[in-house]
Design a protein around this ligand. Structure first.
Ligand code: SF4
Ligand code: SF4
Ligand code: SF4
Length: 251
């Protein structure tokens, strides 16, 4: 398996949010207005201007003391991206895969796609549309930096070693080896994404304790009718038009 990958070790993430800010800086994204919504996590969600978000989740530990789980959320750069499949019918070429890194990239052609369908197709709830324009955005793997020999901005800035990036096979090895190391301290620790993604997470506990879209297993699965029709290249509207024409001919 070629290309690059991230290994995100949440067991050493301190939620400093350096990665979140570095992403904004490198991609020249404006700040988003925040509010006190009862959590240390801010902003509340990803947006057209926020590609990376450190999600906070608080639980009661076995000794009745609160524990925090931190989840640096971003596009997983799927090996076979469902978002690309959903966009291809209305916006061919709207989502492409960089041949060197494997990064999944959104182009201006994506404007012709149905933004809701693209978002719904993503098992990790990542893509976001800009209000009023139809443009969509998400993490681009800092492909401009990576293809010039630099680390992604979020990886470069991480002070604890939680964010790692490199050749995919090396990241797989690093993830497996860290899992072995942390098992004594975190017996429920798991890895996600090794088979089909370019972003792997080491989680100290079950994925849904971090965030409902932390892994594809905690997110809704399967193909709905719209996706099935898209796979054969036809929309519901086209099918009903064809059906009406056939009825007229038969009559
Ligand atoms: S920079 Fe590293 S330690 Fe800080 S929030 Fe991001 S992943 Fe966690
Ligand atoms: S995580 Fe979502 S947005 Fe990213 S490549 Fe996969 S389907 Fe597309
Ligand atoms: S790889 Fe680049 S675009 Fe993606 S989250 Fe990190 S800093 Fe943001």
């Amino acid at each position: 398996m070629s290309g690059k990958a991230f290994f995100i070790d949440t067991t050493v993430c301190t939620a400093c949010r350096g990665c979140q800010i570095a992403c904004k800086q490198w991609n020249q994204l404006p700040a988003t207005e925040t509010e006190n919504w009862g959590s240390m996590q801010n902003p509340k969600d990803l947006s057209f201007y926020t590609y990376k978000l450190v999600r906070f989740s608080e639980h009661m530990g076995p000794d009745n003391k609160p524990v925090w789980y931190f989840f640096p959320d971003q596009c997983r750069h799927c090996l076979a991206p469902p978002c690309q499949e959903a966009a291809e019918y209305n916006a061919p070429g709207g989502i492409i895969i960089d041949s060197l890194t494997g990064a999944v990239l959104y182009t201006d052609k994506l404007k012709k796609a149905n933004a809701e369908e693209v978002k719904e197709a993503c098992p990790f709830n990542i893509p976001r549309a800009q209000k009023g324009t139809g443009y969509m955005s998400k993490c681009n793997m800092c492909v401009d930096r990576v293809n010039n020999g630099l680390l992604p901005a979020c990886v470069k800035t991480c002070p604890t070693g939680a964010m790692n990036f490199g050749d995919r096979d090396k990241m797989v090895d690093m993830a497996k080896s860290r899992l072995k190391e942390v098992k004594a301290k975190f017996p429920n620790a798991t890895l996600s994404g090794l088979e089909d993604l370019r972003v792997f997470y080491l989680l100290a506990d079950k994925p849904d304790k971090y965030y409902m879209f932390a892994s594809a297993t905690s997110a809704p699965k399967g193909m709905d009718r719209k996706m099935a029709l898209k796979k054969i290249g036809r929309s519901l509207k086209d099918l009903s038009r064809e059906w009406q024409m056939l009825n007229k001919l038969a009559g």
